[in-house]
Design a protein around this ligand. Structure first.
Ligand code: FAD
Length: 509
């Protein structure tokens, strides 16, 4: 497709929702154009979110270990295969991983018998490595667009009718792109708090927190959601004194409350301080640092918190500015999310919306699932996303991952249930690597043993959770996991033992 031709599908936004939808649409034989204003693909996730903030655990994909993989691909695919493998290597240096390596070098290496005289942080090098990872990944997607013949227009898109999008291009021109179907995948933006102005220097959003030029001595994080805790962990490991201020009584409200308590204790052991049920009522940036005035959420005595940098991490808001949605009649809810039906159609036929800009968890993998299902519907096929089984992961160390219902939710549903738990302290692999903080918790229906929810706190919980996601997807019983042979010695054995504990007894505890 070229911008002048009529497209089968136009996608506004090249984030995980938009770019995946574009590739899938092209794979389904639809003439596809993707419009992205940023100048690079990958959206919030790749540019200022998931990727720069954290690291892949595929660190061991060394060039030599990847050679056998090449034989599985045709020469045509090899170029892309190379790009992707190299990306895995670069990912390993994004900030969560880089700061974790520094922390490990200081705190864990000596007990493993690895000694050296001095470990130093070179923040500029750390940031450069992160930027390299981002730029390699975003260019990788451009390569995938070329491979799949997706037309890519760099610029800001605005509806001029229900089948035309006017694009102010990055180079300075304007072009109108026509299409039978248009998908809005414009994502979300940082949400500030009343009375707090983000300057990305002393008062930063997650975007600014990914690019600080110095390690702040004192960092205050406003908001104890997963982004705040991840960014707090990064800077805490590099030496900042981190205080998290949260209005609610708990951190990460969506987490299973028992696992959450354990998680908070673990973060406190890592020297992260929490001020829960606390609100920020004043900000003073006139001096060298920032002075925050805080008071109990229910009102009461005020106190002052001093910080070099304050990270505002109070959630994200759907991004639809300047799109012209009102002009074509696309309806939104009270908080600005685009209202869609189960086929992602908005109030305007032929106009669809996916990802962070519609209701649902604001997660990259959810946006991707939306994107695939949406274009499958457009292509006349059946799309499907199971919103009850979207896994959630907090990429701290240890990580916390979950899928399905929390114990509170099961209790509230009135279903009788059993709980099986297994601590990593009793898992041989975790003990062998001396990284055994965490637990697997499985909830299953008492009568049928059907799994209702799985919650894991472990160094690699974000990987371990997928066994559980698949089990729930197939409606498995805990006994199905327990009777599945798990390789030894692996962390996954803790999942098997927790499953055994759900309906019977585990072996190793
Ligand atoms: P986005 O990624 O926001 O992409 C939308 C794109 O549309 C943007 O590139 C924007 O420039 C473009 N756009 C907007 N308007 C226009 C227009 N008019 N014309 C042209 N282009 C336009 N999620 C996870 O699943 N795992 C994580 O670990 C994780 N970590 C995160 C860490 C941080 C610090 C942040 C901020 C977010 C994180 N997220 C994570 C959330 C994740 O980034 C989002 O859920 C995901 O990016 C949403 O994808 P999307 O395609 O809907 O929107």
């Amino acid at each position: 497709a070229s911008a002048g031709d009529e497209n089968d599908v136009i996608i506004i936004g090249g984030g995980p929702g938009g770019y995946v939808a574009a590739i899938k649409a092209a794979q389904l034989g639809l003439k596809t154009t993707c419009i992205e204003k940023r100048g690079t693909l990958g959206g919030t996730c790749l540019n200022v979110g998931c990727i720069p903030s954290k690291a892949s655990t595929l660190l061991s994909s060394s060039p030599s270990s990847s050679i056998p993989v090449f034989s599985l691909f045709s020469p045509r695919d090899l170029g892309f295969c190379l790009v992707l493998l190299r990306q895995d290597l670069f990912l390993s240096s994004a900030l969560l991983h880089s700061s974790h390596m520094y922390h490990e070098a200081n705190h864990s290496f000596p007990s493993h018998g690895v000694k050296f005289s001095q470990v130093e942080v070179d923040l500029a090098a750390m940031m450069a490595q992160k930027d390299k990872a981002v730029s390699n990944l975003t260019r990788g997607i451009e390569g995938l667009f070329k491979k799949n013949k997706v037309n890519y227009v760099k610029g800001f898109g605005k509806f001029v009718s229900t089948s035309e999008v006017s694009v102010d291009t990055i180079e300075g021109g304007n072009t109108v792109v026509k299409g039978k179907n248009i998908i809005i995948a414009t994502g979300s933006d940082v949400k500030s708090l009343p009375g707090i102005t983000i300057d990305e220097k002393k008062i930063v959003s997650s975007t600014g927190a990914l690019s600080l030029s110095e390690i702040p001595k004192k960092l205050v994080v406003i908001g104890a959601g997963y982004i705040g805790l991840e960014m707090g962990s990064v800077w805490g490991r590099l030496g900042s004194e981190v205080t998290v201020v949260e209005f609610a009584p708990d951190i990460v409200p969506s987490m299973d409350s028992e696992v959450r308590k354990l998680f908070q204790r673990t973060l406190e052991k890592q020297k992260m301080k929490f001020m829960l049920k606390t609100k920020v009522v004043g900000v003073d940036t006139s001096g060298e640092g920032v002075k925050l005035t805080v008071e109990p959420a229910a009102g009461g005595e005020r106190s002052t918190l001093e910080a070099d940098v304050v990270l505002v991490s109070a959630g994200r808001t759907p991004y639809t500015a300047g799109l012209g949605l009102e002009d074509i009649g696309v309806k939104m809810d009270k908080v600005g999310r685009i209202i869609v039906d189960e086929r992602f159609t908005t109030s305007v036929p032929g106009v669809y919306a996916i990802g962070d800009v519609i209701p649902g968890p604001m997660l990259a993998h959810k946006a991707e699932e939306d994107g695939v299902a949406c274009v499958e519907f457009i292509a006349g096929k059946d799309g499907h996303v199971d919103y009850d089984l979207v896994p959630g992961v907090v990429y701290t160390h240890p990580e916390v991952a979950s899928v399905g219902k929390t114990e509170d939710q099961v209790k509230a549903s009135g279903v009788e249930y059993c709980v099986g738990k297994f601590p990593f302290m009793a898992n041989s692999r975790a003990k062998a690597i001396d990284d055994a903080e965490g637990v697997v918790k499985i909830l299953a229906e008492k009568e049928t043993d059907k799994i209702l929810g799985v919650h894991i706190m472990a160094p690699n919980a974000g990987e371990l959770i997928h066994e559980a996601v698949l089990a729930l997807q197939y409606g498995a019983a805990s006994e199905d996991i327990a009777r599945t042979c798990h390789a030894h010695p692996t962390m996954s054995e803790a999942v098997k033992e927790a499953a055994m504990a759900t309906y019977d007894k585990p072996i190793h505890i």
